[in-house]
Design a protein around this ligand. Structure first.
Ligand SMILES: Nc1ncnc2c1ncn2[C@@H]1O[C@H](COP(=O)(O)OP(=O)(O)O)[C@@H](O)[C@H]1O
Ligand SMILES: O=P(O)(O)OC[C@H](O)CO
Length: 499
């Protein structure tokens, strides 16, 4: 008897989601979401409790299955899409984390990165991993835990510790502590993985003083990876798809051809473009990453990672109280014709691509007595589009590809004002699909392909459907003026904190 459902676990920065996908209806039929605690122990530091993530993820998974009245036996497989770079170190015997997860946004390892740069490792790291040296990536976070948690270094030397990104941590728990793996896309975010040789890099591990014995085995993004433990989950279900959430979204948007790109507007903005079988090295401060590995197929992507996007809207909502809901930002922004010269640079945790400034901090510029609340709200939304514009301009230079359109998804892609402004600033069409849960959908596709539900990626292309196209309508002059103002504002926010 054929089974009818796929479960997708979308473990994001602010919440854990589980979705239930009906293979016959080709539709998401259930979704559960559980936010978890954001821990800010020091300025610029961000942590998560790994146990809270695991327990919340298991809870929403069980809840979505039970609410739909679906039998566990009717589930073909599980796909996982996870926040990337965030790293957990745990005890091999007890399975307990020895420290909180250090989150991708956390800046605490900026000084370790400076040391790597002083040691002349920037070019080596770029060449091997496709990445720039930045506290964003997992390597220096692991080093920090080993250097700062009492007894950790000795335990690591005795082979008593394991490390992994959130996919590893979830799979370890889902399998009752039996399987320690990560997939190629997640491995490519650690600054410890050679994306050309497709293996952990001994030289970089040594430089960051991380024993190889702690590292997970690396597996393809699709194909049977493990089976859940029936005592933990209630049933043995194959885990057959795993990818970092931004790669999952690239896949869910069916960006299967070279030059196809997507932007996900979540906590941050992550713009990825499929560049095919060869890892083009960026000359403009973008990064090269693994898009997916399926069987012998290895696809690479160029990426621009913007650290603060939707989080800016959360900030004006929760800290400044300018709006009550994120949705309200559109209504308020549309009440004014422009920002009246105000620019907001949301460098709360430094700036990512293409500036890579760990010491940049947020700034609001151009304020006058005429500045109103609506101008600030509009400036917050516009900052999301400007940051994406900065990345896409350089992506064109690196790839030589003139983008004709950009596919979008993520929470803030629901904002029509933002999408129109993005189309205007990029001067290209923005295409929003009917299903903007493309991250979760990407994990569904990887898991389904892994179990032979779909024979090839071609079968998936037909499932992408358009909700709305946003076509540019701004004059070149206006675009150039706005862009110039934005770049001036960014320049003021750079290197604000002392190195
Ligand atoms: N209508 C909206 N306008 C602007 N921002 C929004 C809107 N809806 C949600 N957001 C922002 O999008 C983010 C949530 O998107 P989501 O894709 O769920 O993020 P993540 O996966 O990073 O947790 C939040 O930061 C929220 O402020
Ligand atoms: O949690 P998200 O969806 O904002 O994604 C975070 C990214 O994976 C960080 O690289």
């Amino acid at each position: 008897m054929s089974k009818n459902y796929i479960i997708s676990l979308d473990q994001g920065t602010t919440s854990s989601r589980a979705i239930l996908y009906d293979i016959n209806k080709k539709a998401i039929i259930g979704m559960k979401n559980k936010p978890f605690t954001q821990i800010y122990p020091n300025s610029g530091w961000v942590e998560h409790d790994p146990e809270e993530i695991w327990e919340g993820q298991l809870e929403v998974m069980k809840a979505v299955i039970e609410e739909a009245g679906v039998s566990y036996d009717d589930i073909v497989s599980i796909g996982i899409a996870n926040q990337r770079e965030t790293v957990v170190v745990w005890d091999r015997i007890t399975g307990k984390p020895i420290y909180n997860a250090i989150v991708w946004q956390c800046r605490r390892t900026a000084d370790i990165c400076e040391t790597l740069k002083k040691e002349g490792l920037e070019d080596v790291i770029k060449e091997k991993t496709g990445l720039v040296v930045d506290a964003y990536f997992s390597g220096t976070k692991i080093q920090w835990i080993l250097d700062n948690v009492e007894g950790a270094r000795e335990k690591a030397q005795r082979n008593e510790l394991m490390v992994g990104t959130i996919d590893s941590w979830l799979i370890w728990n889902l399998t009752g502590g039996k399987i320690h793996v990560t997939d190629y896309t997640n491995a490519s975010r650690t600054m410890l993985f050679n994306i050309k040789k497709l293996k952990w890099d001994e030289e970089l591990l040594e430089h960051m003083n991380i024993p190889m014995s702690m590292m997970p085995s690396v597996v393809p993004s699709s194909g049977r990876i493990a089976v859940t433990d029936k005592y933990v989950v209630g049933c043995e279900i194959p885990i057959s798809g795993v990818a970092g959430d931004q790669q999952a979204s690239l896949f869910g948007q069916t960006c299967f051809d070279v030059g196809c790109a997507k932007n996900t507007y979540g906590t941050g903005c992550f713009i990825l473009m499929n560049i095919g079988d060869k890892p083009i090295s960026s000359k403009n401060n973008l990064i090269t990453t693994i898009g997916w590995v399926i069987g012998n197929e290895v696809k690479y992507a160029l990426e621009g990672s913007v650290f603060n996007a939707g989080s800016t809207i959360q900030w004006i909502r929760d800290e400044l109280g300018l709006i009550k809901t994120s949705e309200e930002s559109r209504i308020e922004a549309e009440k004014v014709n422009d920002t009246n010269g105000v620019y907001l640079v949301p460098a709360f945790t430094g700036l990512g691509a293409p500036y890579w400034d760990m010491y940049a901090r947020g700034a609001i510029l151009g304020i006058t007595r005429g500045t109103r609340r609506e101008h600030l709200i509009r400036a917050a939304l516009e900052s999301i589009a400007y940051q994406s514009m900065d990345v896409l301009e350089l992506m064109k230079l690196d790839s030589g590809i003139e983008l004709k359109e950009l596919k979008v998804d993520g929470g803030a892609s629901a904002n029509d004002f933002l999408m129109q402004f993005q189309a205007d600033m990029l001067n290209i069409n923005i295409k929003r699909p009917t299903i903007t849960e493309t991250t979760a959908l990407g994990a569904v596709y990887l898991a389904g392909l892994g179990e032979g539900i779909w024979k090839s990626k071609d079968e998936l292309i037909r499932s992408w459907s358009l909700d709305r196209t946003f076509a540019p309508r701004m004059t070149k002059r206006e675009r150039d003026d706005k862009s110039k103002g934005w770049k001036k504002a960014v320049a003021k926010s750079l290197a604000w904190e002392e190195a």
